[in-house]
Design a protein. Structure first.
Length: 156
């Protein structure tokens, strides 16, 4: 975390498949609150869970440079998705690409993301592929897409 805070030249940080868990994401999230150079963070398959997702989402509230966040296979679930939806609807104005592929997001989390899409005018790419979404959720997301004017890539 301290290294991330202090580094001013690193723009892409790839920490795929490291199983960093709660302690690791806590340090990374803390580092992201002050880092002003990282624009892409890839945390694929790191066992973050909903609590790790909440820590990372809260860090996004303070971070003004991160544009791409890749979170494949992290079991964020509905609670993690809801945390990202809240921050992207109310606090973060820089993230343009959120990749939540295969995270166990269900109808409740997707409904929060749909509500965020109705007001967020920064996000251009959202990947919800291989999550637990039903037909009603797909309709809710379609309604949000009809309102959103900035998303250019949406993957289910």
């Amino acid at each position: 975390g301290d290294a991330i805070m202090q580094n001013t030249t690193l723009t892409v940080l790839n920490i795929q498949h490291n199983d960093i868990g709660h302690e690791g994401i806590e340090r990374i999230a803390h580092g992201l609150t002050l880092n002003q150079s990282i624009v892409e963070l890839d945390l694929e398959k790191n066992n973050l869970g909903p609590q790790g997702g909440a820590l990372l989402a809260n860090a996004l509230a303070a971070n003004a440079t991160l544009k791409t966040l890749i979170l494949w296979y992290n079991d964020l679930g509905d609670d993690g998705a809801a945390c990202f939806a809240h921050v992207l609807a109310t606090k973060n104005r820089t993230l343009t690409n959120l990749d939540l592929w295969f995270n166990g997001v269900g109808p409740r989390g997707a409904a929060q993301l749909a509500a965020m899409l109705e007001t967020n005018d920064v996000l251009t790419a959202l990947n919800l592929r291989r999550n637990n979404l039903d037909d009603d959720t797909a309709r809710l997301l379609a309604k949000a897409l009809a309102i959103n004017s900035t998303l250019t890539l949406f993957d289910l």
